[in-house]
Design a protein around this ligand. Structure first.
Ligand code: AMX
Length: 442
């Protein structure tokens, strides 16, 4: 058994035993109450699922196995001469709960190199789509096209025992993550570089090689890619991409089917597509105002006109967070150190000064602060990645780390299929009369 798999096996067996005991002793204890407005309000804040890799605090932001983003930037292994964490290290941490050593991360990088071959038919499946098809659609199709290689699906057909689900899921997870940068880079080069592909450089780490295959050799860009792929990897279990992957996986759909579904959720503008929408919105503002150095007053007027036309300000607000997103702050720190003179970066900082008070003044926005998507486009553009329709694919490559680590845990803990209860409005009205003696308002 490989060293990561061995550790995962031991830790997950131990936790599965502990959970069994917890449920036996306390299975009937209440963990939450549900109010009617949560039923109509997107199930916000209802504690209803288990997600091992990370936990979100509304004020403090995300912690991965207890570590905050600043702590990860300090403690996770880095590339030689690098300053930013290697995403391989975060995957190790999410899967087994310990910060890996440099040696362990090196082994993981090399293992993913060994598993990275994308079958030829996957490229042909992408080629069959109209070239202008959105990159996220191609990414999802590419993941689906690899499903015929699923170890989980093959072993299930051969009569795999329940106690072996975790093992097949682990193998699919490792193969899928290893292949994603090549698939994603193929999509980029086909769309924006007339299909001229850059072959992998197996001496590089997972994120560095992804940057290389996209066609970027700048060490600054590689470092940003490592940071990007680390901080976008997971945001507990209830967000659209994580929850979708979890739900589909709970039907024992294999990791390829589940991740592809999760990527379709990430493609929504209220979720990962905000990554592209932020830059599209900023570039439109620059174009409309006729300057790449707008004043705060000009930006404020533009923000108000966007709101007046009934649109949201992309990159601002969050369903759970109530403070500036630490993932935004990490990117701001990266930009301060590496790209402070970029006009676009300067605009992002001015937007940060201007937008929160305007959103707060609306009186309905629960979180007026920037989220993860508010900063990335300006840094990617600085390094020359200007094709913003592609940005969400990079988010997707990163998100696979968290949602697939979680799927390994779900199979190891023997989680059943997810099937919450739904009710009709007629049921709600009857319930109000029966339980509270009140008649529904008209
Ligand atoms: N601009 C304008 N209005 C906003 C807003 C924003 N950035 N964020 C929230 N609002 C509005 C909502 O549209 C809603 O208006 P309504 O009552 O008229 O429908 C009201 O404020 C209350 O919403 P909320 O409870 O604060 O937010 P939510 O939990 O319903 O939605 C989110 C959260 C992220 C979808 C929302 O803030 C938004 O649309 N933001 C812009 C898109 C974005 O950046 N998405 C990326 C999120 C991070 C990610 O997943 N990658």
């Amino acid at each position: 058994m490989d060293p990561l798999k061995q550790q995962f096996y031991e830790k997950s067996q131990a936790l599965a035993k502990e959970v069994k005991g917890l449920l036996k002793a306390h299975g009937d204890k209440k963990v939450d109450d549900v109010a009617l407005d949560q039923l109509y309000g997107g199930m916000r804040d209802i504690t209803s699922m288990i997600w091992e890799p990370s936990l979100l605090d509304a004020e403090e932001g995300i912690r991965f196995r207890g570590y905050s983003i600043p702590e990860l930037r300090e403690k996770l292994p880095r590339a030689p001469n690098g300053q930013e964490p290697l995403p391989e290290g975060l995957f190790w941490l999410m899967l087994v709960g310990d910060i890996p050593t440099q040696e362990q991360v090196k082994w993981l990088t090399e293992d993913w190199v060994r598993r990275a071959n994308v079958p030829e038919h996957v490229f042909r499946a992408i080629d069959a789509l109209p070239v202008e098809t959105h990159p996220m659609t191609k990414f999802s199709v590419g993941i689906m096209a690899m499903q015929n290689t699923s170890v989980f699906a093959q072993h299930y057909t051969m009569g795999m025992k329940k106690s072996e689900y975790w093992d097949a899921t682990y193998e699919d997870t490792m193969n899928l993550i290893a292949r994603l940068p090549r698939l994603a880079a193929y999509i980029f080069r086909r769309l924006y570089h007339q299909g001229e592909q850059v072959l992998p450089d197996i001496s590089l780490d997972w994120g560095g090689n992804f940057a290389h295959m996209l066609g970027f050799e700048d060490e600054g860009f590689r470092e940003y890619m490592r940071l990007f792929l680390t901080i976008h990897a997971d945001h507990e279990g209830g967000n659209g991409s994580a929850h979708t992957t979890h739900l589909v996986g709970s039907m024992l759909s294999d990791p390829y089917l589940s991740l592809s579904a999760g990527m379709n959720a990430l493609s929504g503008p209220l979720h990962g597509l905000a990554n592209q929408e932020v830059l599209r919105w900023i570039l439109k503002m620059v174009d409309t105002l006729g300057t790449s150095k707008p004043s705060r007053e000009q930006i404020a007027d533009y923000v108000k006109s966007t709101l007046a036309s009934g649109q949201v300000i992309p990159g601002y607000g969050h369903a759970v967070l109530r403070k500036p997103d630490p993932r935004f702050i990490a990117q701001r720190q990266f930009a301060e150190a590496n790209t402070p003179d970029s006009d676009l970066v300067q605009i992002v900082w001015k937007i940060f000064d201007v937008v929160p008070p305007i959103l707060s003044s609306l009186g309905k926005v629960k979180n007026p602060w920037p989220n993860v998507d508010a900063h990335s486009g300006s840094i990617l553009l600085h390094y020359g990645l200007k094709e913003y329709n592609y940005y969400t694919v990079i988010f997707g490559v990163s998100r696979a780390l968290g949602v697939l680590a979680a799927q390994c845990w779900s199979r190891a803990l023997g989680m059943p299929l997810e099937r919450p209860k739904s009710v009709t409005t007629a049921w709600v009205k009857e319930h109000l009369v029966k339980e509270y003696g009140v008649v529904a308002a008209h």
